[in-house]
Design a protein around this ligand. Structure first.
Ligand SMILES: [Fe+2]
Length: 280
């Protein structure tokens, strides 16, 4: 903002450009993938909304991806950021904007995260797990930069903005229910089935319907292993949540992310998913 007029929120939804200082990004978590994207997110405290900012000028000139910087990340941050990276890869792979190049990165990232995130969470000093997670988070960043996120991120940002849940945890709370909803979208089942096969959860001979459900089962097990809390367990005021669902659904749709889902999403669908999370 040193080179731009106005305030940051004036640029929400617009392409940010300007004569910015060269940007060098060094991730210290295996998560957001910011080192590979033209996006950043911030909470506008004036409106309690999490805003997604974008612009090619926000892509770093240089990214230094060194897993040794992630070693000291505590288990809570490791889980939250790792689940963010997984959500990026799964959403980009099943987005309407998926493409054959990001598909390769997505599948690799998903496979590595399923294998190594539980290990990194269990033992933060596991060098192989940390290294593979750093690579996977980068790959997943490349994927969202080119193929976008979908319903999960759309619905996750409002929870973060209003209830201050870490981004990766609100993704993790939402991901299974959102994908269950998206399953009958155009070509979605085949894509989820492919993920199931890739992570060793389904056989090639399984029908897409069967394999895609196996993927959802694997996701549920992963979030259990990583002790992802429910809204209730996190201590969220469920009454406040209930009255906020309308605003959160509007904010989710306004972000544009839900429209990348392979199934048409309307406000009532989003509210129904928020309801399911609240009543779980
Ligand atoms: Fe994210």
């Amino acid at each position: 903002m040193t080179v731009l007029p106005g305030k940051l929120s004036d640029y929400a939804g617009k392409e940010m450009s300007g004569d910015f200082a060269p940007l060098v990004l060094i991730p210290t978590t295996a998560g957001t993938g910011s080192e590979a994207t033209k996006f950043f997110v911030y909470t506008d405290t004036a409106t309690d909304a999490k805003l997604l900012m974008k612009g090619d000028a926000l892509l770093p000139k240089l990214a230094v991806i060194d897993w040794t910087y992630t070693i000291s990340s505590p288990v809570s941050i490791t889980v939250a950021t790792g689940m963010d990276a997984l959500t990026h890869a799964v959403e980009a792979y099943t987005s309407k904007k998926s493409n054959p190049v990001t598909d390769i990165y997505c599948l690799d990232a998903i496979k590595q995260i399923f294998k190594y995130l539980p290990l990194a969470a269990k033992d933060g000093n596991d060098k192989t797990a940390r290294e593979q997670m750093a690579l996977a988070a980068y790959e997943a960043g490349v994927c969202i930069n080119n193929s976008s996120v979908t319903l999960v991120h759309g619905m996750s940002r409002p929870i973060g903005a209003l209830f201050h849940v870490p981004h990766g945890i609100s993704n993790a709370m939402l991901i299974t229910e959102c994908l269950r909803f998206a399953l009958d979208g155009e070509g979605a089942e085949e894509r989820f089935a492919k993920i199931a096969e890739e992570i060793g959860e389904a056989e090639k001979t399984d029908s897409p319907s069967c394999a895609s459900k196996k993927f959802l089962g694997a996701l549920e097990r992963l979030t259990k292993t990583l002790e992802v809390p429910s809204l209730r367990e996190y201590g969220i005021d469920l009454e406040k949540f209930a009255v906020s669902e309308e605003k959160m659904a509007s904010d989710a749709l306004a972000s544009g992310s839900p429209a990348n889902t392979r199934k048409a999403v309307i406000k009532e669908d989003i509210i129904a998913i928020y309801d399911r999370l609240r009543l779980a």
